[in-house]
Design a binder for this molecule. Structure first.
Ligand SMILES: NC(=O)C1=CN([C@@H]2O[C@H](COP(=O)(O)OP(=O)(O)OC[C@H]3O[C@@H](n4cnc5c(N)ncnc54)[C@H](O)[C@@H]3O)[C@@H](O)[C@H]2O)C=CC1
Ligand SMILES: O=C(O)C(=O)COP(=O)(O)O
Length: 598
């Protein structure tokens, strides 16, 4: 048996982990009850579904979306297409909406989430860049953010190539000149692309497609991307180089990275100074990756010969923008994704993601939640239920005023630690721990954040057991340290509240309370009693409950030794009255008891 331990509650654990799936528990409105449900049948994927959803959800579409996507949305939800809303109007409307769909023109900031009053559960970004959505605020509000990352890739790449060629041959300027009645053939002599070096900055989806096309134009392409896999670059026949090498050797620099704190103004006075004189810049990514004032200076100084820009720090840019008006600058109004084909594709991609998320299905394009593969979810299904119930049980055992701070979760499994994904289990334990003692709704999106915010330190420990790794987990143990318990017997020898559970025949079972081994299925509610082990106790408690018409679903007794201390766990379908519980407490052999809702 080997154990490893780590503190897993960190903001980084909320980041995207793999391009897989996300499932989560989703309330359409706080008024509706929710529950985890799992479809039957082989290969069926568990979902977190909305129960008692007696009204259609409402989706606010705040920017123009393709018809096919709108139709998909309308089949499932009330769709409110309100374009050009002011920030105030958006904040007013949002409290009536379960989902919001935007493109790049709407700022989905903290105020929007705060104004939603907890109803907004999905934000769909009909496109790639999510820099206009406050992801931290979304996560804090338990709101899933999904995007449509693939359908506009080719459109953006084609626009990048269009800008490179248009810029190199002065197409826009020459067009305007001819339309103004001029014929300036000498003024608009361009530069050739063949044999020139193009630095693709950001070798992701768009960057790769730009590379393929630029190679077809005979350009020598190098790429800079600190996170791109070298084998993908090799497969496309491109060399990955450092930032400095890329900007120092390129004749053309094309930007294809997301706008993040690390890429903000990545092209600035200092970096322009390192470029080849006469370099040409293309930006189809985000305006904010260039310091626009520095670009004007670089253009004026002749360091940058030309720039072609589809995106701007502020959109639309001010009318008198020196950059936009610069004669060596070609501009388009954020048209990268604007082809008929891309917009239809994006609309379908985002509509499917939003409807899926509203139904509680797996979201393949979740941006602000860890994603768990569907097959992992299927396998972990009963353990997910067990995890939540153990959390729920453990926190109810804490005596009032104790202040829960430190929780240790132990997963015992014959699987190697890398083969067991515990993020979902941790989220469900967190949910179980927090929901009974607060009004906060916890889901996979906000579990780690909520725990951190409430000062809960959740550490996870893995016990690697010998034996067959077929079963993902043998048992889960939840311990709460430094607290008093309402049920002293729940405190283990080492001083923590301890509960442990296993899955038996697909049903979660409580198998340990403190130092006492029990064996009860975790359904309905539970009465835990400590008594002096003696004959007739089960009968006495059973008949008190029977008199009150409380149905007992199971009973189990765990004892230290015959005729010594024993803990009796009694599962009940109905909640016993106070009087009934008092009668149980009054049995002379009963030393303490507690009623817990599972
Ligand atoms: N103008 C428009 O209409 C459109 C703009 N875009 C924008 O294009 C950009 C790229 O989109 P995709 O290729 O789909 O995204 P992607 O996520 O596939 O690729 C982005 C790449 O940038 C890399 N990257 C991150 N930080 C970097 C850094 N500091 N230096 C260099 N590379 C870095 C990442 O590793 C990743 O490979 C995004 O900003 C997106 O918003 C995308 C579609 C349309
Ligand atoms: O997908 C992206 O990142 C884009 O920039 C496209 O923006 P849009 O949807 O056209 O406002």
């Amino acid at each position: 048996m080997a154990a490893s331990s780590s503190n897993l509650v960190s903001s980084s654990s909320l980041k995207r982990i793999s391009p897989s799936f996300l499932s989560w528990k989703l309330p359409i409105s706080s008024a509706f009850g929710v529950s985890v449900a799992f479809p039957r049948g082989r290969g069926a994927v568990p979902r977190f579904v909305v129960l008692a959803m007696d009204a259609k959800p409402t989706v606010l579409v705040a920017e123009k979306l393709g018809e096919a996507g709108l139709n998909l949305l309308k089949d499932f939800a009330n769709v409110d297409c309100s374009y050009n809303l002011s920030p105030e109007e958006l904040c007013t409307k949002i409290s009536l909406c379960d989902a919001l769909i935007v493109r790049s023109g709407t700022k989905v900031n903290r105020e929007v989430f705060e104004s939603s009053g907890g109803r907004l559960k999905v934000v769909g970004r009909a496109g790639v860049g999510i820099d206009n959505v406050d992801l931290a605020a979304a996560t804090e509000h338990g709101c899933l953010v999904v995007n449509a990352p693939t359908a506009n890739t080719v459109a953006a790449a084609e626009h990048g190539i269009a800008l490179i060629t248009a810029m190199a041959r002065n197409i826009a300027q020459a067009d305007a000149s001819v339309k103004a009645g001029k014929w300036q053939r000498n003024k608009y002599v361009g530069v050739s692309l063949v044999g020139k070096t193009l630095a693709v900055m950001g070798f992701g989806k768009v960057g790769s497609e730009v590379t393929r096309r630029a190679k077809g134009l005979g350009m020598h392409v190098i790429a800079h991307d600190p996170y791109a896999p070298a084998d993908r670059a090799r497969a496309i026949g491109v060399e990955l180089v450092s930032f400095d090498e890329a900007i120092a050797t390129a004749d053309f620099i094309s930007l294809h990275m997301p706008l993040t704190p690390a890429t903000s103004k990545i092209l600035n006075d200092e970096t322009f100074a390192k470029m080849k004189k006469g370099v040409r810049i293309i930006n189809v990514a985000r305006g904010g990756v260039i310091d626009e004032e520095a670009l004007v200076r670089a253009l004026d100084a002749g360091i940058v010969a030309q720039a072609a820009l589809d995106v701007f720090t502020v959109e639309p840019p001010p009318k008198d923008s020196k950059l936009v008006q610069h004669e060596n600058v070609t501009v388009t109004p954020h048209l990268g994704a604007s082809t008929m084909e891309a917009q239809e594709g994006v609309a379908i991609e985002i509509a499917e993601a939003v409807v899926g998320a509203l139904k509680g299905e797996l979201a393949a394009t979740a941006v602000n939640a860890p994603m768990v593969p569907a097959e992992v979810l299927t396998e972990l299904k009963p353990f997910v239920e067990l995890a939540e119930k153990l959390g729920r049980l453990a926190v109810q055992l804490v005596a009032g005023g104790s202040g829960v701070k430190s929780i240790k979760v132990t997963y015992a499994s014959a699987r190697a630690p890398d083969d067991l994904d515990t993020r979902l289990l941790r989220a469900m334990i967190t949910k179980g721990l927090i929901e009974p003692i607060s009004s906060v709704f916890v889901n996979l999106v906000n579990a780690d954040f909520t725990a951190k915010q409430r000062g809960l330190r959740i550490t996870e420990e893995r016990i690697v057991l010998d034996g067959s790794p077929e079963n993902p987990l043998e048992f889960i143990q939840v311990q709460i340290a430094n607290v008093e318990s309402r049920f002293a017997s729940a405190i283990s020898e080492s001083g923590e509240i301890k509960v442990e559970g296993r899955v038996k025949d697909g049903i979660p079972h409580l198998t340990r309370v403190g130092s006492f081994e029990v064996d009860v299925s975790m359904e309905g509610s539970l009465i835990l009693c400590r008594q002096v082990d003696q004959p007739g106790m089960i009968g006495k408690v059973g008949s008190i409950l029977g008199e009150e018409n409380v149905n007992v679903s199971f009973m189990s007794v765990g004892r230290i030794a015959p005729r010594k201390q024993a803990v009796m766990a009694i599962g009940v379908d109905e909640q016993p009255s106070k009087e009934c519980l008092k009668k149980i407490g009054d049995i002379s052999a009963v030393e303490e008891f507690v009623f817990l809702k599972l």
